[in-house]
Design a protein around this ligand. Structure first.
Ligand code: PMP
Length: 403
């Protein structure tokens, strides 16, 4: 059978759609989605995509390859036909690995029934499920300012009110700064150390004080530890990243694999902490993400045994390059981990963070204005997760602009 064709040779079938009538999709968008803002960081990505060969110091992921054994394990799982669902909670072997690591870092007992553990779809997935599990309309969650871009947006998504805790100029989210913000509706405090965007690592005494405060006030402490392996020698205590989990099993620890092993696109994280909260998160995961990607869960089962020290040491050298290049021109809270520095635009320049970033863009240098991470527009974020020659080139531009 030959189908009728029009003059251009395109098959002309009867179009069943009522002509000219299109769905007014805009009109269907709900208030909750409208209230979510993703504009700040997207603008920088769009600009970067348009530039021919920018010096890109805006990147939020590591620049080294995924360790070979992790890649192999994932490939073996795919080739071995292990591609179906895992239990919602995650692969049992991976859950055991996560619990053993929490035992080793924080002293939590493997067989403590008051502790639950689950694998999540990224750290973001874990954070979102945790907040959905606890927050009712109008409940409050305290977050640092500057914050990871997702934190304020958890508000419109869950109905919670996100209360910011200003941490300028040293970016330390101390109990002293958090305490006045806790009220009758406060359900949780989110702490992030090492932090995005500042790289600041809290000390043992600081995380312990936060644990004490939250325990006294009956509030959940959620510890976003996505950068816990990215801690430089000068910020380590007892050979590890200080974690509030060392002081209580009531902390909800949310961690991830993406940054540590450079597999951000694998969307793998975990949550471990109070069993009743994990149980609710599991219910929500069952009806949303279902489970984290199965072959990739297989990929990271053995990951905690792989030392990332050489990569972290390389990032420490880049951090030092940055401090050497800019340290005496501007005020920088020394990054103890992650791969970011949050730098103040010197007031003598008389420009805002955003205006300074425009100047950098004119020099083909991409950095992110502080207002993307903050209510203030006085700083900018530099990522040093880039090759050393690019970093040096970027620092030379910044050094000139900051003079
Ligand atoms: N928390 C912080 C502090 C982050 O910086 C990021 C990613 N930039 C996330 C969570 C989200 O991580 P994931 O990709 O594992 O969802």
């Amino acid at each position: 059978m030959t189908l009728p064709k029009d003059a251009r040779g395109v098959v002309a079938l009867d179009d069943p759609r009522p002509r000219g009538v299109r769905l007014n999709a805009e009109a269907l968008i709900g208030r909750r989605a409208r209230a979510v803002d993703a504009s700040g960081i997207r603008r920088i990505f769009d600009l970067g995509a348009k530039m021919a060969n920018p010096i890109n110091l805006s990147i939020g992921q590591p620049d080294f390859p995924v360790p070979e054994p992790i890649k192999r394990a994932a490939i073996t799982a795919i080739e071995g036909d292990r591609n179906g669902y895992t239990p919602t909670q995650g692969l049992p072997a991976l859950l055991t690995a996560i619990r053993e690591r929490t035992r080793d870092r924080a002293g939590w007992r493997l067989d403590d029934p008051s502790i639950g553990t689950m694998v999540t779809s990224g750290t973001s997935g874990g954070l979102l499920l945790a907040c959905l599990a606890i927050a009712d309309e109008g409940d409050e969650i305290v977050i640092p300012d500057p914050y990871f871009v997702m934190y304020p947006q958890i508000g419109p998504i869950t109905g919670a009110r996100m209360v910011t805790c200003p941490t300028y100029p040293d970016f330390r989210m101390t109990a002293e700064r958090v305490e006045p913000l806790i009220g009758p509706r406060t359900k949780a405090v989110i702490v992030n150390s090492p932090s995005n965007p500042c790289g600041v690592v809290l000390r043992e005494s600081e995380v312990r004080d936060l644990v004490d405060l939250c325990a006294r006030r009956g509030v959940l402490l959620i510890s976003d530890e996505i950068y816990d392996e990215f801690v430089f020698e000068d910020a380590l205590e007892h050979g590890t990243c200080p974690t509030p989990a060392r002081y209580s099993e009531d902390v909800l620890v949310i961690g991830g694999f993406g940054k540590t092993y450079a597999c951000t696109g694998w969307r793998l994280g975990y949550a471990t902490g109070p069993a009743p909260i994990i149980a609710e998160m599991l219910k929500l995961q069952q009806h949303s993400y279902i489970c984290a990607p199965t072959p990739l869960q297989h990929g990271v089962v053995e990951s905690f045994a792989i030392s990332m020290r050489p990569q972290v040491d390389a990032y420490q050298r880049r951090r030092d390059l940055l401090l050497d290049a800019l340290g005496d021109k501007v005020s920088i809270a020394r990054p103890g981990g992650a791969f970011y520095a949050f730098i103040e635009v010197p007031p003598r320049l008389g420009v805002s963070g955003s205006e300074f970033v425009e100047r950098a863009l004119a020099e083909q240098l991409l950095v992110i204005p502080g207002k993307v991470f903050s209510h203030r527009d006085t700083h900018f974020r530099v990522s040093f997760a880039v090759a050393e020659d690019r970093l040096r080139a970027g620092l030379a531009v910044l050094s000139r602009l900051l003079d």
